[in-house]
Ligand binder design. Structure first.
Ligand code: UDP
Length: 325
């Protein structure tokens, strides 16, 4: 199989490239290196089945050529992370909506299977848990830029769905819930690499708000194995799937767990949301996926415990031994 991964130099994309190459597939990566990093893929440079194309998903001519010569597209290129979206809303909206539209149009032109990565942000402030794929989206005002990520991704999902319904493009949609692991940077706000870095440097752990908000963290390796299985399974076409762990932990507990594992002297420092993000910022208080649908189709079950995930990230940060900026 010849796979095209947009955003393949990013955190998730680079792990996906590793796994596909390990399974003897051919991989082409399209990445504009805005948040993706060469260091994530430099170990692949000598692999004859690997190719990197530096460019943007907004370049129609380039996307046309790359989609034409692949068998399957994994569309991961996106502006990610709530902090980045809040800081650069216009650029984020353009990349996320126009980029997906371009790649879907090319998948239609050449009739290629395409997996679109969406997000748990789709559910917005719906705190019911566990969240099922058909559950409601509850969002704040569109004038709060925080919701632009959720909205852009919802447009991507709708596009993918109607390209399937109206034009028979074999699309698959996945909603990723708090995927973490080596190579993820804390620079764009992601909590686990950030806390690990703070703990390893004995700096204050920056818990936003009360710290009572909760999340479920999943190892990136469990996620990429699900992504590959979904593209191999014909019944996934035209469907949307949650991918995540169901092990819920509050952010305060997470901070404590990370200080314990790293034997850090760090103390927790509470930071109000308006200081961390923007005035009137609304956080998701709780986010747990219902993964029954994924489990039924591909026998999905996360294999890493939270402690193992944290240890893996600690090891990575110690090995690379540099601030993740
Ligand atoms: N968070 C935090 N301190 C940080 C970064 C994030 O307390 O330095 C919180 C954030 O407000 C949210 C949770 O950790 O409640 C998860 O944030 P992340 O950006 O990793 O993912 P999200 O679930 O918000 O997409």
């Amino acid at each position: 199989m010849k796979a095209l991964i947009t955003g393949g130099a990013g955190f998730i994309g680079s792990h996906l490239a590793d796994e596909l190459l390990a399974k003897s597939h051919t991989v082409a990566i399209l990445d504009d290196l805005s948040t993706g990093r060469m260091s994530n893929i430099s170990h692949l440079k000598t692999n004859p089945n690997f190719e990197l194309i530096v460019g943007t998903v907004l370049n129609e001519y380039l996307v046309d050529k790359l989609v034409e010569r692949c068998d399957v597209v994994f569309h991961l290129a996106a502006a990610v992370g709530v902090e980045l979206i809040v800081k650069k809303p216009l650029e984020s909206l353009t990349t996320n909506i126009k980029g997906s539209e371009t790649i879907l149009e090319m998948a239609y032109r050449y009739n290629k299977k395409i997996l679109i990565t969406s997000t748990s942000e789709i559910y917005g402030k719906n705190v019911n848990g566990p969240l099922k794929e058909g559950d409601d989206r509850i969002l704040g005002s569109p004038l709060k830029v925080r919701w632009s990520y959720s909205t852009a991704k919802a447009v991507d999902e709708m596009l993918a769905y109607v390209y399937w319904k109206e034009k028979n493009v074999p699309t698959i949609i996945v909603r990723l819930f708090n995927t973490v692991g080596p190579r993820q940077t804390g620079y764009y706000g992601m909590v686990v690499p950030r806390f690990v870095e703070q703990a390893l440097n004995n700096k204050p752990i920056t818990v936003y708000g009360t710290g009572k908000q909760s999340r479920c963290f999943i190892h990136v390796k469990d996620v990429v194995s699900a992504l590959i299985k979904l593209t191999e399974e014909p019944h996934s076409v035209g469907e949307v799937f949650n991918i995540g762990s169901q092990h819920e932990i509050t952010i305060e507990q997470l901070a404590k767990e990370i200080t314990k594992i790293t034997k850090s002297k760090s103390q927790i420092e509470h930071i109000p949301y308006e200081k961390a993000y923007e005035e009137g910022f609304e956080d998701m208080q709780r986010r747990i996926p219902d993964t029954t649908k994924l489990n039924k189709l591909i026998g999905f079950k996360p294999t890493y415990t939270l402690a193992q995930i944290i240890q893996d990230i600690v090891k990575y940060q110690k090995d690379t031994n540099k601030p993740h900026r």
